[in-house]
Design a protein around this ligand. Structure first.
Ligand SMILES: C[S@@+](CC[C@H](N)C(=O)[O-])C[C@H]1O[C@@H](n2cnc3c(N)ncnc32)[C@H](O)[C@@H]1O
Length: 262
């Protein structure tokens, strides 16, 4: 195991430690070997709604499990309480596994949790995970970059704040790139409208991937013009990821994972 930087003051006994670990987007076999090794050593796991439950089954029965949320509009524990919980468990001398869906540093608030740990003098380690964009795109047969169609890829939050999305739409509307929206299910209509207003053709292909990398994965393919209508007829639930770009057309040839195409 890699040694971590000791952030503790000299006169404070430090026994526990927090491991901030990415669990990947759903398929348990996308878990890293490092994550699996840490799961075997943990005393307690603190996990979110998007942590794949099949992964929790890999924990030793002795491991204490603490669920901390979060639903889109309903946090089981507010973020500052989660931060304090991690500190408190580590101070009890526990090896704490903070398990998060995808990657902890991509729309995962991992940075905030670590800032609190540093301020409290708690040692930690970060283990990256397969982020939803990489996992969903791979399992949907959509390469996020491609020499002929996209030389860049942007990850963006689609989370609405006060009914609005304060994004740099001119940048997102640039050609020859793929734009991936996390947390964009409720804002699909708004996103499609804004991209078109900023110059993207209504015929631009898009894919919405629901429960990517799991046996329940569904992929809805449409265009910016037609996506809202397609979703209107469907019963689609979070988690879902929106991929916008020419690369979506490659799916018709590259799809390999047995899934429901809608
Ligand atoms: C709060 S963000 C967390 C992202 C996570 N840290 C990561 O790196 O994937 C949650 C969003 O990730 C996306 N997401 C996570 N897992 C997904 C999955 N299996 N299928 C589709 N989208 C997923 C959805 O857009 C969801 O609203």
């Amino acid at each position: 195991m890699i040694e971590t930087l000791d952030v503790v003051g000299n006169n404070q006994p430090q026994i526990g430690k927090v491991f901030l670990v990415g669990a990947g987007p759903g398929d348990p076999e996308l878990l890293t070997l490092k994550a699996l090794l840490l799961m075997k050593q943990a005393d307690v796991v603190v996990y979110d709604r998007l942590t794949p439950l099949v992964i929790l089954d890999l924990l030793e029965p002795r491991v204490e499990r603490i669920f901390v949320g979060k639903e889109p509009e309903h946090h089981t524990l507010p973020q500052d309480k989660i931060n304090q919980l991690l500190v408190s468990l580590a101070r009890q001398g526990k090896q704490v596994l903070r398990l998060k869906g995808g990657d902890p540093f991509i729309f995962g608030r991992g940075g905030e949790e670590i800032e609190t740990l540093i301020a409290a003098g708690v040692n930690f380690q970060v283990v990256p995970g397969v982020t939803a964009a990489a996992g969903c795109a791979a399992y949907a047969g959509i390469p996020l970059t491609h020499r002929d169609y996209a030389q860049a890829c942007v990850f963006v939050t689609g989370h609405l704040k006060d009914g609005n999305l304060d994004l740099n739409w001119d940048v997102l509307a640039q050609p020859r790139q793929t734009v991936v929206f996390y947390m964009g299910l409720r804002s699909v209509h708004h996103i499609c409208k804004k991209l078109c207003e900023h110059g993207v053709a209504g015929s631009m292909p898009v894919a919405l991937v629901e429960q990517g990398t799991t046996p329940e994965q569904k992929v809805y393919c449409a265009t910016l013009d037609t996506l809202s209508a397609v979703l209107h007829k469907s019963d689609i639930h979070s988690p879902a990821l929106l991929i916008v770009g020419e690369v979506v057309n490659l799916r018709s040839r590259l799809a390999w994972f047995k899934t429901n195409t809608c």
